[in-house]
Design a protein around this ligand. Sequence first.
Ligand code: NAD
Ligand code: NA
Length: 395
Amino acid sequence: MIIEPRTRGFICLTAHPKGCEKNVMDQIEYVKSKGAIDGAKKVLVIGASTGFGLASRITSAFGSGAATIGVYFEKPPSEKRPASPGWYNTAAFEKEAHKEGLYAKSINGDAFSNEIKQQTLDLIKADLGQIDMVIYSLASPVRTHPDTGVRYKSVLKPIGGKFENKTVDFHTGKVSNVSIEPAQGDDIENTVAVMGGEDWKMWIDQLQKEGLLADGFTTIAYSYIGPSLTEAVYRKGTIGRAKDHLEATAFTISDSLKAVDGKAYVSVNKALVTQASSAIPVIPLYISLLYKVMKEKGIHEGCIEQIQRLFQDRLYVENTPTDEQGRIRIDDWEMREDVQARVSELWAEATSETLPEIGDLKGYEKDFFNLFGFKVDGVDYDEDVNEIVEIPGLQ
Ligand code: NAD
Ligand code: NA
């Protein structure tokens, strides 16, 4: 079939297998071009199919020659409908990994569930024995608790007061004012239940209980801070409470890992266009200004550049540098004073009329479509493609 983008709000309902494959190939090329990283050799990536998790899997495999198991939640293709992008990404990744003789298998299902955890544990036991790294990169709006069956929904709301600021619809370029009512009722605890650290700890505890963690084991999860411009709705909002919890959980996990001389890290990453971040109000306007400024200064990075630098310059060096709260910072270039000062100036000037000039709306839009394999350079979209693609290592 000929596959075209079909968008609804901040999601795209279709994905292009060739475009997704090209994205993955480009990321693999990038990692190879930066040389070998002396990193983990047996790696489990939870949330492995898109965004930072996919970049982490690619960097582990093609930077350090790691065997990887990926866990993700993606829709398979059918005769009527293409798959979700992470399906095609994973198919391309595993095909390339296998070509180079690298072990790569995956499990598609709800990572929050006991069933998927058990299936993953069994696979590790059977194939790898032990693992030396878990990358935890889930982004989900909902979580069904495995013990109670309660289904939690996360919300993106400010805490304490109404949030009013600018936002942009990146499809139309229209800048408007948005007003978001503050969290109420169980909003905060629900969001913490979905995006906080409880599930991360459950994974590590279960792996450890079954003796599947190698000596010197490391685990890492991803967080975000961002500037004062987005603070009320992000870091000081409901999602920020979940990130506080995730960051605190790193310490709890590190304590329980003492027996294997292990350590849990959180890395604070840069704001980037992913399926998760497109859904957050105000963030797309911030990102379009940030991209403009960082590209002008020659310091723009995507997921793969971020993770490659994280592994090479932070994680796998003698003494991993962290901030006062013990977090790895790879958002250092985003948070640079000159970058943030310029973004603030532009923010004040941003209107529907000025944004095409002062912001990188084009870059935002291209990145958004690229997530789904569209508008990828070097792909012929007039070509008939087979939407039925198999993932070679899918269990
Ligand atoms: P993403 O949407 O690209 O990736 C989410 C991944 O989680 C996918 O692989 C998806 O299949 C998987 N997933 C979702 N629900 C699942 C479930 N129930 N079971 C199994 N897999 C499931 O998101 P991302 O932006 O790469 O986010 C990953 C992490 O990075 C998040 O913790 C996010 O907060 C953090 N982060 C993101 C940004 C950003 O700007 N995008 C910045 C800093 C940190
Ligand atoms: Na991810």
